[in-house]
Design a protein around this ligand. Structure first.
Ligand SMILES: Nc1ncnc2c1ncn2[C@@H]1O[C@H](COP(=O)(O)OP(=O)(O)OP(=O)(O)O)[C@@H](O)[C@H]1O
Ligand SMILES: [Mg+2]
Length: 299
């Protein structure tokens, strides 16, 4: 039990996940289960993300990382359990999910930019549609965020005129333009050519430094190690272990974590491409990149 007096922010304690929530907690997931048909994909997840915390979720292909992230903004409806965003239970049928989603930025592997709109217009659209900002103000916010991601001079470009890394940075600027309290990233760099990954990770590092609360599903172990306050290793629909990156990545306690890290980190491992092949197989029929119209504006 927490002995912190009511109203006093509790110190950040990554070693005690799932402890009683604090009003300042951005995400509280309790006993989350998710099944697709007969297949139980999430088998009881408990997770708390404090304001300003950067949490990286790692784990093998098919372990349920994307499903967990999608439950956090109700793109998937949990079968059991609850998800609280800033104290509000989004699994409650009375919850105004569109309002809650307007406080969450989501960045997918696929960038989901509108091809017929410029970079600036892509960043303006949801601001005017969802937040009801005036055009001039929305453009100012959009321009500011394009500058933040290093694309201040490319507002007039259409997505087809931009590299994959630039498009992903526009997608991040678009999410930031909604002034989110939480940014959710699902493998934002895994569709990019290796030479374009660095710029996107740099932007994410900057956001982390600025104090943005972030939940990042990633295969980028160096990023997780350097930037995360806490790393969560998932396997088979459960959190196997979590803690400071230096411990989870540097000195994992569980055999499953060790085996996964060996597969992804050790180039001399007997089958170094196994994780990549599993990933490619699963994503041949990828459902992760779909953004429902209600959070991305008109189709
Ligand atoms: N809409 C769906 N319908 C049926 N099964 C699904 C659906 N979405 C995910 N699954 C299944 O749930 C399991 C977990 O999928 P999920 O996408 O969450 O894994 P992941 O950890 O993100 O994997 P990856 O690293 O490949 O992205 C997989 O077995 C997947 O096939
Ligand atoms: Mg995934």
């Amino acid at each position: 039990m927490s002995t912190t007096p009511a109203g006093t922010p509790r110190p950040h304690d990554p070693a005690r996940p799932g402890t009683p929530e604090d009003p300042s907690d951005v995400v509280v997931v309790r006993d989350l289960h998710k099944s697709f048909g007969d297949v139980e994909v999430l088998k009881g997840i408990d997770l708390t993300i404090r304001r300003g915390e950067v949490v990286c979720v790692i784990g093998p292909s098919g372990s349920g990382k994307s499903t967990l992230l999608r439950c956090v903004n109700l793109l998937e409806e949990p079968t059991r359990g609850s998800v609280l965003i800033e104290g509000e239970d989004i699994t409650d049928p009375d919850c105004d999910i569109d309002e809650v989603r307007s406080r969450l930025g989501m960045v997918f592997q696929q960038f989901n930019l509108f091809p017929h709109l410029t970079a600036l217009q892509n960043c303006v659209l949801a601001q005017t549609n969802v937040l009801r900002r005036g055009k001039a103000e929305a453009e100012k916010v959009a321009q500011h965020n394009l500058e933040r991601v290093g694309l201040g001079g490319r507002g007039d470009a259409h997505p087809a005129q931009l590299s994959g890394g630039q498009q992903q940075r526009v997608a991040i600027a678009r999410a930031l333009s909604m002034n989110p309290d939480l940014m959710l990233f699902d493998e934002p760099t895994s569709a990019l050519d290796p030479e374009l990954v660095g710029d996107v990770l740099s932007v994410m590092r900057l956001l982390a430094k600025e104090g943005m609360t972030m939940m990042v599903v990633t295969h980028e172990m160096a990023f997780a190690r350097d930037v995360a306050d806490r790393v969560i290793f998932m396997d088979g629909g459960v959190i196997v272990e979590e803690g400071e990156p230096s411990r989870v990545i540097g000195a994992p306690e569980h055999e499953r974590t060790r085996a996964f890290l060996q597969r992804v980190l050790d180039p001399t491992h007997v089958d170094p491409g196994a994780e990549d092949r599993k990933y490619a197989e699963r994503h041949r029929t990828n459902v992760d990149g779909i953004v429902p119209a209600d959070i991305s504006g008109p189709a």
